[in-house]
Design a protein around this ligand. Structure first.
Ligand SMILES: *Cc1c(COP(=O)(O)O)cnc(C)c1O
Length: 370
């Protein structure tokens, strides 16, 4: 292989870094998939080799999540935000009143509520407007006449996570887990549906994995596009149209990688270690201020500010020179966001902490400051 240039530690929130070992196999498969003499994106999505790949994704995903048999795993076009509409169209009619409860805990959950309100009546539960902490969800707040309750489990922009899920009085719980899927063990039987765009923990953008309980299928609004109808996609094995074959290929390699790392529990252990290293450093520092309440900090997206905000641009520039890439916080939050998904190695977080410490010391002494 030609010189592939230097690899940085990439802290981008998504599309996010993938392991080099996976990327190398992607490259090989684009040229020659399993000895066919043709690349994986050049063969029919209904050919035997590709159907084997679809089966492999199903098996690996079910094994990694210990998924109960009464759930479908669908691969759907359009990324996570397409599901904001799709889930409302599929579930609005689960109950006659066609209403749903949305927990608003950050920017994606707000977008989800707004999109759903095109198709049904949306009620919200919200809390802290700065989204540094999570709204409290009490069971009494859930009207059993709701078709579903929607919640974003990890808030990518602000850096908060629901470590436990609320009781919902038998109303199906629908969870957007885009920025944390397969990063920690979860009891999937708690969910009516859980979905995730692939581009944070699982592969390329533009596709979502949708895990849906079978007994919720079959109620889609008549005007639901076939491609967004969960029952139709389940019946068609996610091949209602030509699936994004590239995304399926990368997803399978990512699931294989995760299995090789020891599965979700093993990766969760490492994710806790990575996040602890960073949060412990932030808590001990006066130079840096963590953004979120310690009770709900995300293991995936660590957000913080410099106490002297005027040094943020310099911090980002120097970080990039040091091979620490894409640390700029989201525009509504500012400051720094370090996204440390499954593929981020512990060494990457160690390098970040060492850089932060150097930067803080240099500012204090005036050394290395232009
Ligand atoms: C990134 C993200 C999305 C958006 O995903 P798209 O695939 O771009 O639609 C939605 N929800 C959450 C929680 C995210 O982190």
């Amino acid at each position: 292989m030609k010189n592939r240039g230097k690899r940085v530690f990439n802290f981008g929130a998504g599309p996010a870094m993938l392991p080099v070992s996976v990327l190398e196999r992607v490259t090989e498969g684009l040229i020659d998939f399993r000895g066919l003499g043709a690349g994986v994106i050049e063969i029919s999505h209904r050919s035997k080799p590709f159907m084997d790949l679809m089966d492999s994704v199903q098996h690996r995903f079910r094994a990694l999540t210990q998924l109960p048999d009464d759930y479908e795993v669908l691969l759907m076009p359009g990324g996570a935000r397409m599901q904001f509409a799709a889930l409302a169209m599929n579930f609005a009619r689960l109950k006659p009143q066609a209403k749903a409860k949305y927990v608003v805990s950050g920017s994606f959950s707000q977008h989800a509520a707004t999109e759903a309100s095109k198709y049904l009546h949306v009620e919200t539960i919200s809390g802290d407007p700065s989204f540094k902490s999570l709204p409290e969800v009490r069971e009494e707040q859930i009207d059993p006449a709701c078709s579903y309750v929607h919640l974003t489990s990890n808030n990518t922009v602000y850096g908060t996570t629901f470590s436990t899920f609320p009781a919902t009085r038998g109303v199906p719980l629908v969870v957007d887990a885009t920025s944390e899927i397969l990063s920690r063990p979860m009891d999937f039987s708690r969910f009516g549906m859980i979905y995730a765009g692939l581009q944070k923990n699982l592969g390329p953008s533009g596709m979502a994995v949708v895990v849906v309980k079978k007994d919720l299928l079959g109620h889609a609004l008549a005007e639901t596009p076939s491609l967004l109808d969960y029952q139709r996609q389940a019946a068609d094995g996610s091949l209602t149209n030509t699936i994004n074959t590239f995304a399926v290929f990368v997803l399978d390699l990512m699931l294989e990688w995760l299995q090789g790392e020891g599965g979700v529990a093993a990766v969760y252990e490492r994710n806790q270690q990575k996040a602890k290293l960073l949060y412990d450093y932030l808590d001990a520092s006066t130079f840096y201020q963590p953004y979120c309440d310690p009770s709900c900090r995300s293991l995936m997206n660590v957000t913080f500010h410099l106490s002297d905000e005027s040094a943020t641009e310099l911090f980002l520039a120097k970080a990039e020179q040091a091979g620490l890439y894409a640390l700029k916080g989201y525009r509504s939050v500012g400051g720094i966001r370090a996204s440390i998904y499954n593929p981020m190695p512990l060494e990457g977080v160690k390098a970040l902490v060492a850089f932060m410490d150097d930067f803080a010391k240099n500012r204090a002494t005036g050394a290395g400051v232009p």
